[in-house]
Every structure is written in C-alpha cells, then in structure tokens.
Design a protein around this ligand. Structure first.
Ligand code: IMP
Ligand code: MG
Length: 201
C-alpha cells in the first residue's frame, strides 16, 4: 500500500526505519516496534471487523486525545459505515511515563451517549487504569453499547480486568513513541511505533 503521508528511509548499516521526525530528533528514537505498513494493514483488518460487527448501526467513535488522534484518523476511514466521531481529552496524574490511575477529564464529549453504539478508540493500554476509569464514566451515560478498540496493549502490565473487543497489537512493556504517542509531547508525528531510547523526562 502506498503511504503518501510518510517518508520511510533506511539508514545504511542500520536496520531501523526512519522518517522525517526521526531524522531531526536523533537517538531518542529507538527501533521500530510496529512499522507504518504493519499499522496500516492491521487497521484495515480492524476496520473490516468493526464494519461487519456494526452493520446496520452507526457507531459513535470516541477518540481519547491526544494519543489516539492518528489512529482515529486512519481507523475511521477503514470503517465502511455511517459513523460519527467525537473526542475526549484526559490527563492522568503522575509522572510522565507512569500512570497513577487518577484521571482528569480535560475535554468532555459534545454529544449525548444515550442509546448510541459507542466505540472507544484508544492508543495504548498499559496498566489499564485510564481505560477502566473511562469505561465507568461512559457507561454511566447509558449508551446502547460500549466497546473498546485499542491499537496497542502492553503485555502483562494490566492491573485491572478489561474487556477489549478490538486490539491492534500486543507489544512488550517498553515505553513507545510515534503514531500519536508522545514523550513530553514530542514524537507524535513519527509514522511508525518506536521504542523510546532517550532520557527519562
Ligand atoms: P494506563 O492507564 O496505564 O493504561 O496508561 C494509558 C495511557 O498512558 C495511554 O493512553 C497513554 O497516554 C499513556 N501511555 C502508556 N504507555 C505509554 C507509552 O509507552 N508511550 C506513550 N504513552 C503511554
Ligand atoms: Mg491515551
């Protein structure tokens, strides 16, 4: 598949793929965990599965900002159904690379969830505490259904039982950046998911 928005290059003698942001940012950007091509083909599969599951309905995709903005953009185009999108912004208290599970709603939804088929679109599930909080928060608004599509799940890190209907990739527990994911607001514009090799912010 042609990826018009990304420019992937391979550095000679270095198996890591790169793109514009990586070339500018240097060594903080580690090896590729999920390439841009792998992201796009898996998102096409997720979109097809969601399309089949929700046929006859018009799901409301709820993206969790900021990390899910890129995934939401690609996933929404892979779902061949009438649908709507809305966004929430949350911030979890705690250090930059560890969540505390105490979530603050920075931007709430604009639409009423009553009787809607809500699909939460998340970038990454680590401890699962953010998502667990969000699920309770959204269920209280009485949607017809509430499911989750998470692009990434960190293996063995979940501290709470979660029902994740759609998962893109299960990855090792390293801190990762790119394709929406940041460290201190940097690197969201990388086309692939990389390990973060920089200093702890
Ligand atoms: P959880 O509550 O521990 O599941 O953390 C979820 C949130 O923490 C995600 O939505 C991200 O915003 C952030 N997060 C967790 N792991 C990473 C990572 O490896 N890179 C970037 N952000 C992460
Ligand atoms: Mg997030």
């Amino acid at each position: 598949m042609a990826l018009r928005y990304s420019r992937e290059v391979t550095t000679p003698g270095n198996e890591r793929t790169s793109d514009v942001a990586r070339l500018e940012d240097g060594d903080d950007v580690g090896r590729v965990i999920v390439s841009a091509d792998e992201l796009q083909s898996r998102i096409a599969e997720l979109g097809a599965a969601i399309t089949a599951d929700y046929v006859g309905r018009a799901p409301l995709l709820v993206g969790v900002l900021k990390g899910a903005f890129m995934f939401m953009s690609d996933l929404s185009r892979a779902i061949a159904l009438p649908s709507e999108v809305d966004f929430m912004a949350v911030s979890s208290y705690g250090s930059a690379t560890r969540t505390s599970g105490v979530v603050r709603i920075v931007k709430d939804l604009d639409v009423d969830l009553v009787d809607r088929d809500v699909l939460v679109v998340e970038d990454i599930v680590d401890s699962g505490l953010t998502l667990s909080y969000l699920q309770r928060y959204l269920l209280a608004r009485r949607p017809a259904s509430l499911e989750v599509c998470a692009l990434l799940v960190k293996e063995g890190q979940q501290r709470t039982a979660l029902d994740l209907r759609y998962v893109g990739f299960t990855i090792p527990a390293d801190f990762v950046i790119g394709y929406g994911l940041d460290v201190a607001e940097r690197y969201r514009n990388l086309a692939a998911i990389h390990v973060y090799d920089g200093p702890t912010p």
